[in-house]
Design a binder for this molecule. Structure first.
Ligand SMILES: Nc1ncnc2c1ncn2[C@@H]1O[C@H](COP(=O)(O)OP(=O)(O)O)[C@@H](O)[C@H]1O
Ligand SMILES: [Mg+2]
Length: 339
């Protein structure tokens, strides 16, 4: 059980980080330490909270991942939604709050909102049930179709069928990959000229940088070091490169408007260009990870920019230095040391 933490009279309350994968925290811990700050670690791979108690004070940053199920944490996103509802019911500021968790686990919701914001997205049908999936796939014939789970993450379970009839047959035979929430998306395949896609990293609603991902033909594009680097090295890809001037101002602005309307503060937004150079947005990652090699080569640090943004937001919300935060209750985590 965590000891209650007491903040003295001139302290500001802490920043709490909600997640389910400790492997992704070191770059952020380092960035906090660089500013002489710690953070409260809320690992929601399991947990319990008392609804009759107010949450602790502070700023909360949610980086729950749609791919939690691939690490044995099938229900952590649902649990995160419950925790975030409790936080917001008590007016706790949450960076990447309810809007972000709702879209993180629901690609159909992402695409619906992108579409409404006027973004070009690939034509997509969301389907439930093997026969409906098959019929939806047939609507793409004779062309190709991408089949992907509605709750995405790391490219798992994504398949390209050059002939959509084959996807339909596989659905009827019950041999398509499973979908965590039962919903399958059938999507137009954006055929790029060079196999690259772009991820535009937004922090605090603003474009921080864009990274080109040379996919090497794989759909599994996790940028973090911890995502099987040996495997990636063995297959020769993907390769991440920070690039400038690849997000046209209209696209940058439209993504910004989409993120604001959706209540998302931090996200990696992925798009692919067809042979005519037209961009199609197909994925929004609210728990985005950053590629350290690409950052080193470009001399930038998104984890630092993100942490600086969190500190600014925390200070903005808790401007008065004289509030006492004694005994602010249950902390379902631990205070990470500012090393
Ligand atoms: N409609 C599409 N056309 C072409 N490539 C796609 C399309 N959708 C996904 N991909 C490829 O598959 C990768 C993973 O798909 P994505 O929707 O981002 O799933 P995830 O949420 O699992 O990352 C993409 O980064 C891209 O390389
Ligand atoms: Mg993706």
């Amino acid at each position: 059980m965590t000891q209650p933490t007491v903040f003295t009279s001139n302290a500001v309350p802490p920043i709490h980080v909600i997640h389910e994968n400790p492997d992704w925290l070191p770059p952020f811990a380092k960035a906090f330490a660089a500013r002489g700050e710690g953070f409260v670690d809320w690992n929601l791979s399991d947990g319990a909270f008392d609804l009759s108690t107010p949450p602790p004070a502070g700023l909360f940053y949610n980086r729950m991942s749609a791919s939690a199920h691939s690490r044995g944490h099938r229900y952590s996103p649902e649990y995160a939604s419950a925790v975030i509802a409790w936080l917001t019911a008590h007016d706790r500021p949450v960076i990447n709050g309810p809007g972000a968790i709702a879209l993180e686990v629901n690609k159909a919701a992402q695409l619906a909102r992108l579409e409404r914001a006027g973004e070009p997205v690939p034509r997509t049908v969301a389907a439930l049930g093997a026969e409906k999936v098959a019929e939806a796939a047939e609507s793409f014939a004779p062309g190709p179709v991408i089949v992907k789970p509605n709750r995405g993450g790391k490219g798992l379970g994504i398949q390209l069928f050059e002939n959509a009839h084959e996807a339909a047959a596989r659905s009827r035979a019950g041999t398509l990959p499973g979908s965590t929430d039962g919903i399958t998306l059938l999507q137009d395949y954006i055929r790029t000229t060079d196999g690259s896609v772009t991820r535009a990293e937004f922090i605090g609603g603003r474009l921080f940088y864009a990274v080109r991902i040379d996919t090497g033909g794989t759909f599994e594009l996790c940028p973090a070091d911890v995502c099987a680097p040996e495997e990636a090295a063995a297959t020769g890809g993907p390769v991440f490169t920070v690039v400038e001037n690849v997000v046209e101002p209209e696209l940058e602005q439209a993504i910004g408007v989409f993120l604001r309307d959706a209540g998302i503060d931090i996200a990696g937004v992925e798009f692919a260009r067809d042979a005519d150079g037209r961009p199609y947005v197909y994925d929004v990652n609210t728990n985005t990870n950053y590629n350290p090699d690409a950052e080193r080569a470009a001399g930038v640090s998104a984890p630092q920019a993100l942490v600086d943004y969190l500190i600014r937001e925390r200070n903005r919300h808790f401007a008065s230095p004289r509030i006492a935060f004694n005994g602010w209750g249950l902390v379902p985590g631990r205070i990470a040391a500012a090393e």
